[in-house]
Design a protein around this ligand. Structure first.
Ligand code: AMP
Length: 142
């Protein structure tokens, strides 16, 4: 049997405002924020407010609003960082590489010839994350 959703997970805390995050977008259903250990400049996470561990236990009604925002963020990060492309990643359960058990999609700007850094690698400086978040917000607004 699948494990139950744990409301004490770190992204649930971010949703409740109990720990800080660099948010770039939010609406009634979805929040997008900077990954603190980016695999590339502008690495953003998009999550539904609705609780589920991952796609295996999510209500299918979650995916429409979630992927509408994933697209919005993909377009914005490509523009904000003048990227050549955008990689989406999404992990389900530890065997797949998932480390935080609240459904989320990784949106990562990509540049020709530049490999991704390791998953959950090095912490980025808060001021760099803030600067990149501001660029994404600007791209979303224009
Ligand atoms: P996953 O392995 O798909 O569950 O990815 C979790 C992601 O969350 C990793 O890329 C981490 O770098 C990132 N992460 C962990 N803690 C935080 C946090 N407090 N704020 C933003 N991103 C985080």
């Amino acid at each position: 049997m699948a494990e139950a959703y744990d409301p004490g997970n770190i992204f649930a805390k971010i949703l409740r405002g109990e720990i800080p995050s660099q948010r770039v977008y939010e609406d009634d259903a979805v929040v997008a924020f900077m990954d603190v250990m980016p695999q590339g400049v502008g690495h953003t996470l998009v999550m539904p407010r609705a609780p589920s561990r991952n796609i295996l236990d999510a209500d299918p009604a979650t995916f429409g609003p979630l992927f509408a925002v994933v697209q919005k963020i993909a377009v914005a990060v490509k523009k904000a960082f003048n990227a050549d492309g955008v990689t989406l990643m999404q992990f389900n359960e530890p065997a797949s590489g998932q480390t935080v058990f609240h459904l989320h999609v990784h949106v990562i700007p990509r540049f020709e010839g530049v490999p991704l850094k390791p998953h959950s690698g090095q912490m980025e400086k808060p001021e760099v994350l803030a600067e990149n978040a501001a660029k994404i917000r600007a791209a979303l607004g224009s």
